[in-house]
Design a protein around this ligand. Structure first.
Ligand SMILES: [Mn+2]
Length: 349
């Protein structure tokens, strides 16, 4: 909040509308609300559903009961002599149009404002890392349970539901995203949707899933084989694993993000599977499942201590099979700390 206040010129204010950014800045979650930030004040407008709780828990200088924003906001803008209102550049167009026609001052989506918040969000505090770790422990426990029920004839959909149920049972507030369970020839679809296909001996089964705890997400992927894995499957699996380890090993503060992608991609290309690695190596994780920084080819942005990123190379051979392995790590000055504890040697069940 202070960094936003400091970035404002005389007469400028920022209005934070997106729920994730509002939550990040005030540490208070509401589905609807507006956070007005001036050079000295931070004023949160929330309606009757949230007002009392916000008075207790929201980090801001004032909480105002939200009635009709278009009538309330001008009063505050006047009081603080605001002549220009900055908005996040990712808000929906209707909100922008509405504010622009309701206010008599300059209203402008600002990529500087959004960029600043994004940059802050990408570097996690210890408290945030703790929440991500909690979410990760829940996801791992849920996965361990699911390993016990995998047998030929069980459907992808059934396995996905068990995973989701376990995540909630073990204390997850939600799942991070629609759980991916894909098997056999479906496993060549990196983001396939779990369906009625029943798993059978010789299948790869890929699980990509996560838990949410206190708003923070976890993300992991494991690929296992049912009863046996052919030589080709083993070769692909261990190629993915060595690519992942190569990437994990070079992560450290100050390294360009693109270098992490390159480390993984080089290993896969060298073993002849380059054309089958069809996505980037990883992404930041936090209040959203996909955040900055992006571990994508040629990204020159530098890793920072406190970034939490996934490392998730994969190989997908169309209509045959695929494998992906994903861990989540915290970037440090010396290297990284892996938040994922689940083993990575090929599990054959
Ligand atoms: Mn991921």
């Amino acid at each position: 909040m202070k960094r936003i206040s400091d970035s404002l010129s005389n007469g400028e204010a920022a209005l934070i509308i997106t729920p994730v950014n509002r939550r990040y800045l005030t540490k208070f979650h509401s589905s609807l609300g507006y956070l007005l930030i001036t050079r000295n004040e931070s004023i949160l407008f929330v309606d009757g559903r949230y007002y009392e709780a916000a008075c207790y828990y929201a980090h801001c200088s004032e909480v105002v009961p939200l009635k009709r924003l278009n009538e309330q906001l001008p009063e505050y803008l006047n009081k603080f002599n605001i002549s220009k209102l900055l908005l996040e550049d990712e808000i929906i167009f209707r909100d922008y149009k509405n504010l622009k026609s309701a206010l008599s001052i300059e209203v402008e989506p600002s990529s500087n404002l959004s960029g600043l918040i994004m940059e802050c969000k990408s570097v996690k505090s210890l408290d945030e890392i703790e929440k991500i770790e909690k979410a990760q422990r829940i996801a791992e426990k849920a996965f361990d349970e699911v390993l016990n029920i995998i047998k030929p004839g069980i459907s992808e959909r059934h396995l996905a539901l068990e995973l989701d149920y376990n995540i909630r049972k073990f204390g997850g507030d939600d799942i991070s995203f629609e759980t991916i369970v894909v098997s056999g020839e479906n496993s060549s679809l990196p983001h396939g949707v779990p369906g009625e296909r029943e798993v059978k001996p010789g299948d790869f089964i890929t699980f990509d899933f996560g838990a949410v705890k206190d708003g923070y997400h976890s993300d992991m992927t494991r690929t296992i084989a049912l009863e046996y894995a052919t030589d080709e499957m083993q070769k692909v699996y261990y190629c993915v694993l060595s690519a992942q380890i190569a990437a994990l090993n070079i992560i450290k503060e100050g390294l360009p993000c693109g270098e992490v992608d390159k480390a993984a991609r080089d290993v896969i290309e060298l073993q002849g599977f380059g054309e089958y690695f069809v996505h980037s190596t990883g992404h930041g994780v936090g209040l959203k499942i996909h955040e900055e920084p992006r571990l994508v080819k040629d990204n020159t942005a530098l890793l920072k201590s406190g970034n939490v990123v996934t490392v998730e190379p994969g190989i997908y051979i169309p209509s045959k099979f695929g494998a992906r392995i994903e861990d989540m790590v915290v970037v440090t000055k010396e290297g990284s700390i892996n938040l994922t504890k689940t083993a990575k040697d090929l599990i054959i069940i």
